[in-house]
Design a protein around this ligand. Structure first.
Ligand SMILES: [Ca+2]
Length: 503
């Protein structure tokens, strides 16, 4: 009875009611590509400027524990659209594969309900959707932009629009950040990178693209305002996975999975709401379906409507996973990971620890050496540290590129960068046991093939759609040629090399 009451109150908290406010809300979904928490002004970052994100947070809800279901473009985006965990989405659990068609996306459900649906730029992907019967990107029919989409909107129809920027995905134009006025000395360098000016310069180039994404989102919101539709629109601003740096993107540590998230919806969300409960990206689709007054029975996520209305919920942990990111291991092998994250601990299970988490040391088909890490000066500088770690300091090369034990456990309160693996520490044996059990329960309940067969080769065999072959990169030459070029002063022309940082 209690659960029925709860279900009804949850339903009513989001459901538009036909006699009260009969207008179904629009949905504007703004998704960056490779943007990590906490890189926004409202989270306290002192360098990157994100006035649009900060405004949405101030006028709506700011989430401090939002996690992508998987730290990789295609599986993350498939989870958003389907409301299902990556391991429930067949080949869609991999990067560069096929979009599954067995279950409906929220876009399809809303379209059937009379919504005008569309997308621009990066929707679901990379991968193929035509082969599974889609005639347009699963994120919505493609438009040149929001203006063209709105011009095609039937009179009075509610809409759902997906704006997918490719910022701050690499490659970056070096020195855009410093030349836009960002100061290297103000950058907070995560503890798994060497702290030097070239790494800082790489980070401000990443910030430069976050700022560009933020500005573009601001332009879309201004259009909504002009149309008088701002307050009847649920605006979601977030990212698909973490920053394109070593031990971040394509990893289950926080810099790979923890996402910036703000949601503005004045009809339901009080300005200045801050949500600390865990949220997983599988929660978006059931929220949108519910907000539109529709129903579904295929989704694993939990609607956010209750949280948005300020309700306290029991969301004390989040589950994370990844399979094959780029095709970077001989034999087209995946690198499976599963994890559970609570407010204090992160437990990661690596069922195939004999494989290379960042990819093989020499190229296998895509990207280059350690190809699950996008090329960058930060990556090359860490590659140059191989075998050079000093006693008492973390081995940055091993953290980013080395093999990992089957189990990892981090006290994230004491160790925010997740450098100190406690899995073999006897003092944490019971914590580890408890978290392993929680993870396995979730895997069983959600039908994860790795529950029955941890060594499943399913995602090794899934098709990798691009047909290319990359070469090993001459990373020493890349380091030699790299220059920091401040906007003014004696170094603005010839630039400052980063070789000296290696000594
Ligand atoms: Ca991405």
């Amino acid at each position: 009875m209690k659960s029925l009451f709860l279900a009804l109150s949850l339903l009513l908290s989001c459901f538009f009611t036909a006699n009260a406010q009969s207008k179904q809300p629009n949905i504007l979904f703004l998704i960056a590509d490779d943007w990590s928490f906490p890189h926004a002004g409202v989270y306290g970052d002192q360098v990157v400027r994100t006035p649009t994100f900060d405004r949405l947070a101030a006028e709506g809800a700011l989430f401090t524990n939002a996690y992508t279901a998987s730290p990789s473009c295609s599986p993350s985006r498939a989870s958003v659209l389907l409301g299902r965990y990556p391991h429930q989405n067949g080949d869609g659990g991999n990067l560069w594969s096929e979009f599954p068609n067995a279950q409906p996306t929220y876009v399809q459900i809303l379209e059937k309900a009379g919504y005008h649906t569309g997308s621009t730029r990066k929707g679901w992907g990379p991968g193929e959707f035509e082969v599974t019967g889609f005639d347009h990107n699963p994120a919505g029919k493609s438009y040149t932009g929001f203006a063209e989409f709105l011009a095609n909107r039937p009179d009075g129809a509610p809409f759902t629009f997906w704006f997918g920027s490719t910022d701050p995905h690499r490659e970056y134009v070096a020195n855009t950040g410093i030349q836009a006025g960002m100061k290297l000395e103000d950058v907070v360098v995560p503890g798994f990178f060497p702290d030097n000016d070239c790494v800082r310069n790489d980070i401000v180039d990443y910030y430069f693209e976050i700022e560009r994404f933020d500005r573009e989102c601001g332009q879309l919101i201004a259009m909504l305002e002009e149309m008088g539709e701002l307050d009847n629109t649920i605006i979601v601003m977030t990212s698909d996975n973490g920053m394109p740096f070593p031990r971040a993107k394509a990893n289950l540590y926080d810099y790979g999975t923890r996402m910036p998230l703000a949601i503005r919806w004045p009809k339901k969300v009080k300005p200045g709401t801050v949500v600390h409960d865990f949220v997983n990206f599988v929660d978006f689709a059931p929220s949108f379906v519910e907000a539109a007054g529709q129903s579904q029975n295929s989704m694993s996520g939990q609607s956010l409507c209750g949280l948005l209305a300020g309700e306290k919920q029991d969301r004390d942990q989040v589950f994370l996973e990844r399979e094959r990111h780029a095709n970077v291991r001989k034999g087209d092998l995946s690198y499976p990971m599963r994890a559970v994250r609570t407010h204090q601990y992160l437990y990661i299970w690596n069922p195939m620890p004999e494989r290379n988490p960042a990819g093989d040391p020499t190229v296998h088909q895509s990207v280059g050496q350690y190809g699950d890490v996008d090329h960058s000066i930060t990556k090359f500088l860490i590659m140059a540290l191989e075998g050079k770690s000093a006693a008492g300091f973390p081995d940055l090369f091993e953290l980013s590129f080395g093999q990992r034990p089957e189990e990892e456990l981090y006290d994230v309160e004491k160790d925010p960068y997740q450098l100190n693996n406690l899995a073999s520490n006897p003092s944490f044996a019971s914590v580890k046991e408890e978290m392993r059990k929680e993870l396995l329960d979730w895997m069983e309940q959600t039908g994860d093939p790795r529950f029955e067969n941890p060594k499943s080769t399913y995602w090794d065999e899934a098709r990798y759609t691009p047909d290319y072959q990359h070469e090993n990169i001459d990373w020493q030459k890349q380091i030699e040629e790299y220059r920091i070029r401040p906007p003014f002063g004696q170094f603005s022309r010839e630039g400052i090399p980063c070789l000296s940082d290696l000594e």
